[in-house]
Each structure stands twice: as C-alpha cells, then as structure tokens.
Design a protein around this ligand. Sequence first.
Ligand SMILES: Nc1ncnc2c1ncn2[C@@H]1O[C@H](COP(=O)(O)OP(=O)(O)OP(=O)(O)O)[C@@H](O)[C@H]1O
Length: 294
Amino acid sequence: MAEHDDIVAEEDRVETVMEQSNIAISVRGIRNSFGDQVVHDGLDLDVRKGEIMGVVGGSGTGKSVLMRAIIGLQTPDEGEIHVFGESMIGRSDDEALAIRKRWGVLFQGGALFSTLTVAENVEVPIREYYPNIGAELRDEIAAYKIRMTGLPAEAGPKYPSELSGGMKKRAGLARALALDPDLLFLDEPTAGLDPIGAAAFDEQTRQLQQTLGLTVFLITHDLDTLYSICDRVAVLADKKVIAVGTIDELLATDHPWIQEYFNGPRGRAATAAVTRQHDREQDRVAQTSPDGRQ
Ligand SMILES: Nc1ncnc2c1ncn2[C@@H]1O[C@H](COP(=O)(O)OP(=O)(O)OP(=O)(O)O)[C@@H](O)[C@H]1O
C-alpha cells in the first residue's frame, strides 16, 4: 500500500513538473492593496508558453496592477509569482535581471520618451541591459525592430510628437521587442486606435507571436482583439481571476459579468464580425483550392 502511495505521489510530482514546464507565468494567491483598498485577494493565474492570454475586467479591477506585480513594479502583500519557473518576489534587481531581459513591455499609451527619437527609444533597453554593444550594432538592431513592427524606416529619426497614435504604439512595440523577448506584456495596445488601425495592430501582434514563438499577456477592453487573436482569456472580478478559458468556454459559464460582457450588443457584434471573417476565409480557400474549383 505504502509502495502504491509512493508511486502515485511520484506520478503527481512528475505531472506537476511537466505542467509547470509548459507555464510561462504562474501567479498564486497574490494580494495587492493600496492602504485600505484591496485590489487583489487570493488571485491565481497561469499563462501557458506560446499563448496569447487576454486579460479583461471592469475598470479598476486591477489588470494593470496585476501586470505591474508580475514584472516587479508592485510588490504583493502575499502570494507567489513565477516567470519561466523563477520566483519573482523578494529577488534583488541583479537576481531578477536575467528574467527581466526575457520580457518586453508596451505600457498604456506607449510611454515613449518624448525627448528621444523612435530609434533612440528602441535603443534604451539595449543600452540598459547590454552596455557593451557598440553604437553601430545598436542602430542596426533598432532599425530592424522598427521595420519588424511595420513602421517605415523614416520613422526612426522622428520624435514621438511627430507620430500618429498607431505609429506611437508600433514604436512602443519595437522598443518592447528590442531584446528579442520570449514574453510580451501589452497594456491596452489598441486603445485610442481607429478600427482599421486596431485590426492591423492585432494582426501584427498575432504574426509576431507566431513567427517569434512569443507568449503574450494582453490587457484589453477591445472585444475584437479578444475574438480575433487571443487563445484564452482571463476575467478579473471580485479581486480574483474568476474564469480562464477560450471565449466559448467563458460563454458556457453563468457569471453575470461574463454573460453581459460577451453577450451584450458589442460582444454580439464582435462575434458576428469574426463569423463573417471566417466565412470569407472559407470562401477564399474554396475558390483557390483545386478541389474547390467552381
Ligand atoms: N499606485 C497606486 N496607488 C494607489 N492606488 C492605485 C495605484 N495603482 C492602482 N491603484 C488603484 O488600484 C485599482 C486598480 O487599478 P488598475 O489600474 O490596475 O485597474 P485596471 O483594471 O487596469 O483599470 P482600467 O481598465 O481602467 O485601466 C484602482 O482602483 C486604482 O485606483
């Protein structure tokens, strides 16, 4: 009997290790507060490697605070946060450095330095983390990242004030990609963009995620973004993550906020848009495949 228990315990341990090796971000039981205001209490979340995890919730539910806690800008009162298996809480800056180099962050609004050009902004993390890289290589990397995000090369010498909203977001994305990250944090990347610009930004994010094998933690209020590019969605409410899953899985829950959010008029419009897009793609495939010749 004891032997059987040992085998079961060992199997559980192996399963846990394997499961964890597939996890990029693990958050367990965190509590975040500001004075008397408790923003999170007992919040858990796992983000799998290689997925785009959308993070939604009403205004003030603590989506940005959660992101800031994961990247070490906010120290939780309690709980554990692991990124790529490394504990992020209670680490010195030096100890956290190796992990910090593996992520890039696009803050709300882009957060570009207004006195630096786009290229200089992209070079900031390179200067910070790799001070021995020379100016010529730094310039080359910046130019490459700028092109990668769909900006024209001429954007490099421009200042943020000379860019449109969409270009600013792309410049912020180029800076987030400067160190070839494995993990990308995007805080409301399409906020303030017109629908065409937002769809183009989503498409860019999806392409980058697929070609670079990125894991993406994406805070958004944009239903189109959730439907078109997120593999799973985490819903914040009541100081916790109340549900995680594909949109279909979330729709199967009966939480009133989730139902209201995804089944309200905007949710239905986003579903209809995705269905139309899907039908168009099916038609295109049917018309171009030899079997589908009409
Ligand atoms: N530095 C801070 N000091 C005090 N309170 C803060 C601080 N940062 C965030 N908060 C509070 O924490 C709560 C959660 O804020 P957060 O910005 O994470 O919300 P959010 O879900 O991202 O909201 P939104 O969707 O409106 O961007 C808010 O009530 C906010 O006022």
